[in-house]
Write a new protein. Sequence first.
Length: 243
Amino acid sequence: MSILSAFTPDKASLGNQEIAEATGIPAPTVLRLLRSLVALGYLHRDRTSKLYSLASAALALGYTAIADPEMLRIAGIELRAFAQATDTYVLLGTRDRLDVILLETQVSPRSLLALQLSPGMHVPIAYSMMGWALLAALPEEERRYLQTQVERHAGDTWPPAIRRRMSRKIAQVHELGFCMLHGEWEPELTCVATPVTLPNRPPLVLCCVGRTAQVAQASVERELGSRLVACAHVLQQRLPAHR
């Protein structure tokens, strides 16, 4: 699983030594496991470049884990309705290691936002509202462990200001049910996020992004945040529990 996890959208093809360095597994062991993964259909080895890439079995495994068709169908309906009612860009995601992977996106034509976000894309937990809201939904022990992993992975590149902002936004979710940024990160953007908890499933996170000029800060707290939490409750009631 560590070997399969080494492949990312920006590292779709890797060599034996690169995989060994990324996973910390000794190169001879990596080579032996790579041969097995190729034989089982989880990896493909290009004969010319000698590089490995994910094959259909691995892609099917990941898609099955996160992309319940019925769940995405219902979520798409609710997200589309919310986007059109609020003139926002709406995103639904779940955790994938130290990232949030997007499962569904919907945008209102009137939002005038060109964020170019689509299902399958990743946003880092450490630097995103979606990540912080998702952390807030976890039990305290699990959240602290994950925060430690995030901090260790970021190393010296993670500014103390971001660490403090993460803590504040987690506390904001616990207090209000959602967290928000109103022009604090990008002056033109307002962002609100809230977790979605489902029985027997990893938590999801719901987020909407709007133009700051169209949404006053008071209305973010009074209206947009409350509407997003209400949408999350609808999803909690309508989305099927994992069996």
